[in-house]
Design a protein around this ligand. Structure first.
Ligand SMILES: [Zn+2]
Length: 237
């Protein structure tokens, strides 16, 4: 799998190539400083529910720890019965009857408006086809490791194909925990998306805390996790 990814990846990739755009070509990003999310930890995989919530919080915290960026995730609590869909409620939940490709470990869906402002994300974890662990157990997929990758998508980051050490690298092996911690390449993408720039900069035109109009022309972008690059390009925007 990895050599194939390397062949498909561009030889030189800039940070701007590692962000997602909607179907209007606008870069996906948040315009709020605090991104609240809830977790429905119910699962049939035997994962401890409190542990699953902690794994989500820790995965999000990896991105919060980027000190040069003001945007942060905020765990707003537990909510049972999450199903996803555009409801302006950001959620993490488990899906036993997974209907997408069984190769996928998880799937992050974001909804954005025409300007690329993300309005909602849903992070579904595939418990139908994969065995999960909270401690990096051999032969199982580590939940925090995968969620760290998915939270990157929720911020607007796309896959980083040129750095296998990156959290946003497109594939993962069972037992892997290295994606829990961000690589410099991951940080660079988020700093590019959310720069602290002075007045008059491009970013100042969409300041943090601004509340734009209701979602007009809702677009969506799906970022399948940990999948061969060519398939990602088929289903991503
Ligand atoms: Zn991914």
């Amino acid at each position: 799998m990895l050599p194939l990814l390397a062949l498909l990846a561009p030889a030189l990739a800039g940070v701007e190539d590692n962000v997602m755009v909607n179907q209007y070509g606008e870069v996906l990003h948040w315009d709020v400083a605090a991104i609240d999310f809830v977790v429905d930890p119910h699962n049939k995989d035997g994962l401890d529910e409190d542990g699953a919530i902690d794994a989500a919080a820790d995965a999000a915290q990896a991105w919060n720890d980027i000190e040069t960026v003001a945007v942060e995730f905020n765990l707003a609590g537990r909510k049972n019965g999450l199903k996803g869909g555009y409801d302006e409620q950001n959620g993490v939940y488990f899906v036993d009857d997974w209907t997408s490709s069984p190769d996928l470990l998880a799937l992050t869906t974001t909804w954005s408006n025409e300007e690329g402002q993300i309005l909602d994300f849903d992070l579904a974890v595939n418990t139908g086809d994969h065995d999960w662990a909270l401690d990096g157990a051999v032969g199982k997929s580590d939940l925090q490791n995968t969620l760290a990758h998915e939270f990157g998508h929720a911020l607007g980051a796309d896959h980083i194909d040129h750095d296998a050490s990156a959290t946003m690298y497109a594939s993962s092996a069972p037992g892997e925990v290295s994606k829990r911690d961000l690589a410099d390449a991951d940080v660079a993408v988020i700093e590019w998306l959310y720069p602290d720039l002075p007045e008059g900069s491009e970013f100042a035109e969409r300041p943090l805390g601004a509340c734009n109009a209701a979602p007009v022309g809702l677009g969506w972008a799906v970022a399948p996790a940990l999948l061969l690059a060519f398939l990602r390009r088929q289903v991503s925007r």
